[in-house]
Ligand binder design. Structure first.
Ligand code: GDP
Ligand code: MG
Length: 179
């Protein structure tokens, strides 16, 4: 039986959310997919994913399947099933936590180890609404992203700034790479 979930699409992109626990990954995903979302749980392997379809300028329908952890990053216990087949990664840190930014290097190492070498990575500095608590300068993160050939954006899941732009950007970047 056809359900809304089985709509026609031209491409299916698996995108994974990674980064330290507490940086706002789940909130970013909820913000992006709210209103048009479809959370499916794979509790056995401790992941959840949400899907959202977008249309490209040339009228192709891309279904993004965005995977979120169920907190295993706290124990550094993300399995390689999480990374398998992923064509994009949102690597999130918290602009109010220098530590979460310093850990970006570890996450890149993990991506190198488990993910496809062509994976498109968007570095995301989240929680820009907490202006007084900022510990990571935008210029420093931009420079780091440049050095490591990552796309970069700052967001706030709380006040919504740049959230749609972040996801749309990675999906478009992936589309550019594969088309
Ligand atoms: P995750 O562990 O990376 O999935 O992080 P969560 O999405 O669970 O968020 C961790 C905490 O940070 C929660 O208390 C959220 O309410 C808070 N949080 C997430 N995003 C933002 C944001 O953009 N601004 C602020 N001020 N808090 C946020
Ligand atoms: Mg989470």
């Amino acid at each position: 039986m056809a359900t809304r979930d089985e709509e026609v699409y031209d491409y299916l992109f698996k995108v994974v959310m990674i980064g330290d626990s507490g940086v706002g990954k789940s909130n970013l995903l909820m913000r992006y997919t709210k209103g048009d979302f479809n959370i499916e749980s794979k509790t056995t392997i401790g992941v959840e994913f949400a899907t959202k379809s977008i249309k490209t300028q040339d009228k192709k329908v891309i279904k993004a399947q965005i995977w979120d952890t169920a907190g295993q990053e706290r124990y550094r216990a993300i399995t390689n099933a999480y990374y398998r087949g992923a064509v994009g990664a949102l690597l999130v840190y918290d602009v109010t936590s220098m530590q979460s930014f310093q850990h970006v290097a570890n996450w890149l190492k993990e991506l190198k180890q488990y993910a496809d070498s062509n994976i498109v990575i968007l570095l995301v500095g989240n929680k820009t609404d907490l202006k007084d608590k900022r510990e990571v300068k935008k210029e420093d993160a931009a420079q780091y992203a440049d050095q490591h050939s990552l796309a970069f954006i700052e967001t706030s899941a709380l006040d919504c700034s740049n959230v749609d732009l972040a996801f749309d950007r990675i999906i478009n970047e992936i589309y550019k790479v594969i088309s």
